[in-house]
Each structure stands twice: as C-alpha cells, then as structure tokens.
Ligand binder design. Structure first.
Ligand code: ATP
Length: 709
C-alpha cells in the first residue's frame, strides 16, 4: 500500500491509554463554533435576489414603523429595469427577437406547406362542429340513451321533442349567422372600407386558425426555437395538489396549507415555496415522502428538494429546480484550478448545495464526521475535505483507511503516514496515529503556552502566523480515518482507539489538529457517542433509518427534519445533509473526474515541493514493553496503580500519553498481572507485586526462546 516501503514512517503499537479518562470536560460538547456561511454562487437570474427578498420582514409592528429604523425593503423598481441592467435586458430581448424571426423565416416554406394541408382539414372540422352543435345532439343524450335502454318510449319521445325544439332554434341561429356573415362581407366590400391587403390579411388569419384547428394535437406547425430544457414553473396549485395528495388526514383540503411571505419565488436556479403545514403535522413527515412529492409534481426526484423551514417544526421549504440536479451539469470547483491554493484557517469550498451554491468550511478548529450507508459516497466526501488540506502546503496529512481498496492511495505520496488494509498492523497503525496525535497535543499545549507568554497566541490557540512559523512545531495536522467502524470495533485495539479519538477530537481542535472520521455503521460501539459529541461538523449521507441518522447528526435531528434518510442509495451518491455550519444544509461534495483529481494531487505535490510535511521530524512512540516498564517504575516490593500510571506517563509520555490507574490495572490484568494489596510506606493499596511481574517476564521469555534483556 505504501509506494516505497523504505519511506514508510515507522509506526509501533503503543500501549493503549485509558478508556475511563476522568476529564470534567467530557460531558460538554466541545465544538459550538459555527463556521462560515453557505456562500452564494453566481446569480443565475439577474433579477433574482433571494437574500434580499428573504430579508423583507415577515410582519411589521407599529414600533417598527415609528422607530425610524429603516429595514431592508424590496426595491420599487425592479433591478432589471434600472441603469445598465435595463440596457442589457433590452439588448438581450432584441437579440432573441431577431434570432426568432430569422429562425422562422427560413422555415416559412415548410410552415406554408403544413398550413395548406391542415387548413382544409380544419375547415371540415369547424363545419362539422357547427352542424353537430346545431343538432343539439349532446344536450340530453344521456337521458335519451337511458330511456332507450330501458325501453321507455314515452320518455324518449318527450326528451327528443325537447331536443328538436332546441335544435330548431340553433339551426335558425346558424343560418342567420351564415347569412349575416355573407351580407357583412358584401357590405364591407361595397363600402370600400376594407382594402385588399386587409382582406388578404383576414383571409390569412382565417386560414391559420383553420390550420391550427386541423393540425394533429402532437404536430405543431412551427418548430421549437430552443431545444434547451424546458423549465418548470412552480405554482401554488401544483404545490397544494402535491401536498394534499400525500395522504395525511389533516392535509386533505388545499386550504390546509399556507404559503409564507413572499410566496413562491425564484431562488437560485429554481423556485422556493415556504409552506406552513396544518397544525400538528411535522415537516419530517413530508420530507420522508420526497418520492411521493416528486410523483405528485410529475418531476424527477432530484428536481424536488423539500427541507425543514427555518421557523418551526411544521414548516417546509420546498425548492423545485428548473431542472433535475443530474441535468444541471457539474458545478465548477475553484480548487481544480492551476493556481488553487488553500488555507487551513480560511473558508474553502468543498461541495455545493442543491441550488449549486458553494458550501465552504475551514479546517481549523474543526473536526468532521462523515457517515452513510455503503456506496453513499462517504470516501469521496472525505476526499473533498482532504483536498482543502492538500492544497495548503503547511498541512501534515495522515490517512488510514480500513476498506482496503485504496480510496486515498493516490494521496499516499503527500501523507506523512498512510495505511490501508484490515491487518493487525493496520489497526495498530490507526491506534498509533491517534496516540501520536494525543502526544503531539500534549507537546503543542506547552508550545502554545510559551507562545501565549510571548504574546503570539492571544487566544491560546494556534494562529496562522504560528502555524507557518518554521520550527514553531505548530503546523496544522489533518488525520483521516476512513471506515473507522472497523478500527473502533476491533477486539484488540478498538476500545483504546475510540477513547484516543474522543480525547483527540476534544483536545486537538485548538492546537491545529483536525480529525476526519468516516464511518458506515453508526452504532454505539462502532461510533462511540463520546466521539460524535466532540465533532462539530457532521455530514450524514444516505442512511437507512432514524437511528442511523441520529447517531451521526445527534439525537432529535430526524424529528427536526434534518435527515439523510431522504437520499436514495447509489442514485443520490454524494448527497448528504450537513450540520455544524450556520444552518443545516444539503450538500454534495465535489466529485472531480480522474483527470481533475490527478491535476489536484499533482498541484498539491508541487506546492509541497514533493515533500511530506511532518514525515521527517515525526517522532512516533517507540514500541514499549509494558511489563518491563512496570518493573522500572516499581519499588522493591511492587507498586500501587496510581503512582505507577503517572510515573509511566511522566517517563514515556509518547507511549503512555495519559495513563490512568484503571487503564493500567486493566492492561496489566490482560497480561496476567494480578491486582493485589501491596504495602508501600505503610499504606496498603491495590497494585502489583514485583515478583509477579518478574515471573511473567521469565515465562514469556522462556516461551519465546530468548534469555531476557
Ligand atoms: N459527489 C458525488 N457525485 C457523484 N457521484 C458520486 C459522488 N460521490 C460518490 N459518488 C459515486 O458513488 C460511488 C461510491 O462512492 P464512495 O466509494 O465514496 O462511497 P462509500 O460510501 O465510501 O462506499 P463504501 O462504503 O462502499 O466504501 C462512487 O464510485 C461514485 O460513482
């Protein structure tokens, strides 16, 4: 998996640290900092200014009117009717009109031929319809038919008399109309009021109307000017019909839903309808029926995007694109440009929302959790995040992936550590990376303290200046664990890896260490809640149910309508709902094609001068022998667990970054050391006896065929 085995950083399994780490901070959510907003992309429609429109206050109180505070108002004259935009619009309209004229003029012979064929058909149809009308056949046809089938001759005759009376009137009206038309024509001709061009024009119009009537329904006379996609206009009737067809008993009547100001309006490349559901009906119930909505609107599913409304749990934002997202074309990614360079501390784009607006985040002070069912696009979502780190040449990257197929293999040359597979060694590597991260956090804590005293870290956090400063030892670090459930679920190192990940997620943030955890099976063993609690940005791709959704996004997310269950596996690959930004957002990560990916990786490699940031000065923990170390920190007799644990951390902080008495006794027990009462300096407490440890080392060495140290 590693391109050049000699280059591979040497990782050793370090003795795991504690599971039960008594830290008072653990109970709180460490990340509450919102990251930057969803950035608006280029406006698609020059008249389309959604942000401004949404700023229009929904209600106006008397105090607002009298206070003199001028709130944002919708402009009286639309933007496109003002200044240079007006000229632009006029030019665009003139251009379109000229093109349309030329288009139809060249096809006019074809249109004339079609009219010549369809007009006589139309004439026959018109005459036929008039005669049919005059007979009044349709008036009481059903009743007469009923009388005929029931052999009720009397009723039939009565009905037929009514019909013929009606028909007689109609025949007279028809005859009078025909006579009036003929007389009118002669009169107009006699008075000379109608000039020959007018007469020809009227005749032409008549022929066109007859041709329109005579043409088959599916054969328009003129060709379509634009072959581009037809845009769907969302109307209130469509929305009401769609919502009432969902089958909720409280939402049967069209009037049961109401539209929030400013009604259905353009929003990006589509329409937005903010709808209040009937009282008591939760938005999530509607969101779950995205397929039914698509069916009712007669639009593809990926054109219909319901999301929870911002005001209350009974509000739905229904956004309907002009086109399905699959047809909108791939959005351009700024990071795929020959000059792209990112900053760990700045907002950078990694995906787009359904309206193709850029979604940005910064890596600094953040941790990421990406979850979803197999094939939902997790690894590519993770790659989009990693790309931000790749293009900042100060960021050290460590990746370990447990799918074993090398989803990140092409990034190996820029990683200080890369491992891929499911062997014991790969699991040990995962744990070693996390423990290294913890040890690094310890070291960084001290460095930050010194920088603070020098006035270089006013908030006791890594700053961009410190991160860039050579020799500061504070360059940013990005640690990615793909298919992390394999690591956390491993019977040997799993629990320790989970505990280390939890502590790293909590401590690393302020110290320039960002953790990206990508996982598939979210249950409490494969994704301990201690980890999720400490991760601010959570991206839930397609998941099967509420339980999986809430494991990733937090309890209650599903009920608030924030759910990845609306995405279909495979079809909606890459789509997910993301929390931790200013508001929950549907996001699809950028998905560059292989050529673009190769370009980005090449650029990242060039920016780094072909070097792996951090690989040279990395000091991973040396493999240690716990039993030997326990002897080293013991007294003549033995040692109590508490002083032994702190002595281990003090003497070998990299190997035992935060050892606790409980963790040490557990680890020692796993190696056969009994926890017994030990008397030291007159105190009788639980600990281990030197004789026991020596016996175990001797037995082990004998079994290995070695003669000890
Ligand atoms: N952003 C995206 N846009 C379009 N298609 C995508 C996107 N992300 C992923 N896909 C498609 O989904 C497929 C699966 O993606 P990926 O390997 O990331 O999924 P995964 O969830 O990691 O799957 P697994 O659990 O099997 O590893 C990709 O091969 C690709 O075809």
């Amino acid at each position: 998996m590693w391109p050049d085995d000699d280059d591979r950083p040497k990782l050793h399994l370090v003795i795991p640290s504690t599971r039960a780490h008594p830290d008072p901070d653990t109970a709180t959510d460490a990340e509450t900092r919102p990251v930057g907003p969803v950035i608006e992309g280029v406006p698609v429609d020059i008249d389309d200014r959604p942000a401004e429109r949404l700023d229009v206050p929904l209600t106006t109180a008397w105090a607002d009117v009298t206070s003199g505070n001028v709130r944002p108002r919708t402009p009286i004259i639309p933007a496109w009717l003002r200044g240079s935009q007006r000229r632009q619009v006029a030019r665009a309209i003139g251009n379109l009109a000229g093109y349309t004229l030329a288009f139809h003029a060249t096809r006019s012979p074809k249109y004339a031929a079609k009219v010549a064929v369809y007009a006589p058909v139309g004439a026959v149809r018109v005459v036929g319809r008039l005669l049919h009308w005059a007979t009044a056949e349709e008036g009481n046809w059903r009743l007469r038919q009923n009388a005929a089938t029931t052999n009720d001759a009397h009723t039939w005759q009565a009905l037929n008399r009514t019909r013929s009376r009606e028909a007689r009137g109609r025949w007279w009206a028809l005859a009078a109309g025909v006579v009036a038309a003929i007389v009118g024509l002669f009169v107009l001709r006699g008075t000379g009021f109608v000039t020959p061009p007018m007469a020809w024009a009227a005749l032409a119009a008549l022929v066109l109307v007859l041709a329109r009537v005579g043409r088959p329904a599916d054969r328009p006379i003129t060709d379509r000017v634009a072959n581009g996609p037809r845009f769907t206009k969302l109307t209130a009737e469509m929305v009401r019909a769609a919502f009432t067809s969902l089958g909720f008993s409280v939402m049967k009547e069209p009037g049961s839903i109401s539209f929030v100001h400013p009604g259905i309006h353009r929003d990006g490349p589509g329409w937005l309808a903010r709808v209040n559901l009937p009282a008591g009906l939760e938005a999530v119930k509607v969101l779950e029926r995205r397929g039914a909505l698509s069916s009712a609107l007669r639009l593809p599913v990926d054109q219909v995007w319901p999301s929870p409304g911002p005001e209350h749990a009974g509000q739905v934002d229904l956004w309907v694109g002009y086109q399905p997202s699959s047809k909108m074309g791939k959005p351009r990614w700024g990071l795929d440009s020959p000059t792209a360079r990112t900053s760990y501390f700045e907002l950078e784009e990694f995906g787009t929302d359904e309206r193709q607006r850029a979604v940005c985040t910064q890596l600094a002070f953040q941790n990421f959790l990406i979850g979803g069912r197999p094939g939902s696009g997790k690894s590519f979502a993770g790659r989009a995040i990693v790309t931000i780190g790749m293009l900042d040449p100060t960021v050290e990257i460590k990746i370990v992936e447990y799918k074993g197929t090398g989803d990140f293999l092409d990034l190996a040359p820029i990683c200080s550590t890369y491992a891929c597979g499911l062997s014991d060694e790969d699991f040990a590597t995962g744990l070693a990376i996390l423990n290294w991260g913890l040890a690094e956090a310890e070291r960084r804590g001290k460095r930050i303290k010194e920088a603070y005293l020098r006035g270089e870290a006013p908030e006791r956090k890594v700053t961009p200046e410190l991160a860039r400063k050579p020799g500061s030892g504070l360059h940013p670090i990005l640690i990615v664990i793909d298919e992390a459930h394999e690591l956390f679920g491993d019977s040997v190192v799993g629990a320790d890896a989970a505990s280390a990940a939890e502590r790293l997620a909590k401590r690393g943030r302020a110290l320039g260490i960002t953790l990206v955890i990508i996982t598939q099976i979210p249950d409490k063993d494969s994704l301990p809640t201690g980890i999720t609690r400490n991760i601010g940005i959570r991206w839930c791709l397609a998941v099967p149910d509420q339980v999986a959704n809430d494991m990733i996004l937090g309890t209650g997310a599903y009920k608030r309508g924030i759910t990845g269950t609306v995405y279909r596996p495979v079809v909606d690959a890459g789509w997910g709902v993301l929390t931790g930004l200013t508001e929950p957002t549907a996001v699809r990560g950028h998905y560059p094609d292989p050529e673009a990916t190769a370009r980005i990786v090449a650029r990242a490699t060039a920016l780094r001068g072909g070097l792996r940031v951090g690989a040279a000065d990395e000091q991973l923990a040396a493999a240690r022998d716990l039993l030997a170390d326990m002897l080293a920190v013991a007294g003549r007799n033995g040692q109590h667990w508490a002083p032994a644990a702190s002595a281990l951390t003090e003497r070998w902080p990299d190997a035992y970054p935060a050892m606790t008495p409980e963790a040490l006794s557990e680890l020692a027990r796993a190696r056969g050391v009994a926890s017994v009462d030990v008397k030291i300096s007159g105190r009788n407490l639980k600990g281990y006896k030197v004789t026991d440890v020596r016996a175990l080392i001797a037995a082990r060495d004998a079994a290995d065929g070695t003669d000890g140290h």
